[in-house]
Design a protein around this ligand. Structure first.
Ligand SMILES: O=C(O)c1ccccc1N[C@@H]1O[C@H](COP(=O)(O)O)[C@@H](O)[C@H]1O
Length: 210
């Protein structure tokens, strides 16, 4: 199966266009003010307006208020929401959009239980755990912690780049991979050559026999 690719933390129309041209399935727009990749609804609207059809737009929030989410949804054509904080399943489900729930892989996480708790999510996005940083850390977690029977609905994230994504896919066989820092030249600025190398690696490894 083709591994879907999401490039997160797009802040500029030209980066969104480049991600799409290179074959990304989805782009992520960060609406978390403390992130160096945060953008305003107006900036996000400009990014989405530059995209060709059939590229999924994902809005990332960390413990937002309902008003914050509604304000963005009123202006930005988001296809999906990624909740990256401690949001409850009930909160995630109230916005009339498909959603992903990020799970930070601290030692105590029971993935099977998280799957059950967030069963109305389109998928779980697994990210590295670092205290006090909700995501985008550039760190990997131990991919062996993902049970094979859950891999089909997992979006694998956390410290991925062109040099490790092939090994990550071989280990986990996730539905999708998500990258942010690993394809940047500076925080919030994507590097087209790094995106091309990342996507090339995904395509190379998935074409190899398992
Ligand atoms: O990108 C951010 O700044 C960010 C801030 C808060 C929560 C999540 C964030 N990004 C997400 O983190 C993961 C992994 O990023 P990286 O590849 O390790 O840099 C990814 O899902 C981003 O969407």
């Amino acid at each position: 199966m083709r591994t879907r690719i999401k490039i997160c933390g797009i802040t500029r129309p030209e980066d969104g266009r480049a991600a799409a041209r290179l074959g990304a399935d989805a782009i992520g727009l960060v609406f978390y003010a403390n992130s160096p990749r945060a953008l305003t609804p107006a900036q996000a609207e400009a990014v989405t307006a530059a995209l060709p059809p059939f590229v999924t737009t994902v809005g990332l929030f960390v413990d937002p208020s309902p008003d914050e989410v509604e304000t963005v949804l009123a202006r930005v054509p988001l296809d999906m929401i990624q909740f990256h904080g401690d949001e409850t399943p009930e909160f995630c489900a109230r916005f009339d959009r498909p959603w992903l729930k990020a799970v930070r892989m601290r030692e105590t996480v029971d993935l099977q239980a998280e799957m059950e708790r967030y069963r109305r999510a389109r998928g779980l996005l697994l990210d590295a755990y670092q205290p006090d940083v909700p995501g985008g850390t550039g760190e990997c977690f131990d991919w062996r912690r993902v049970p094979p029977q859950l891999a089909h609905s997992i979006v694998l994230a956390g410290g991925l780049n062109a040099t490790n994504v092939a090994a990550a896919i071989q280990q986990v066989r996730p539905y999708a991979v998500d990258v942010s820092g690993g394809v940047e030249s500076a925080k919030g600025i994507k590097d087209a050559a790094k995106m091309a190398a990342f996507i090339g690696e995904v395509r190379r490894v998935e074409s190899e026999p398992t």
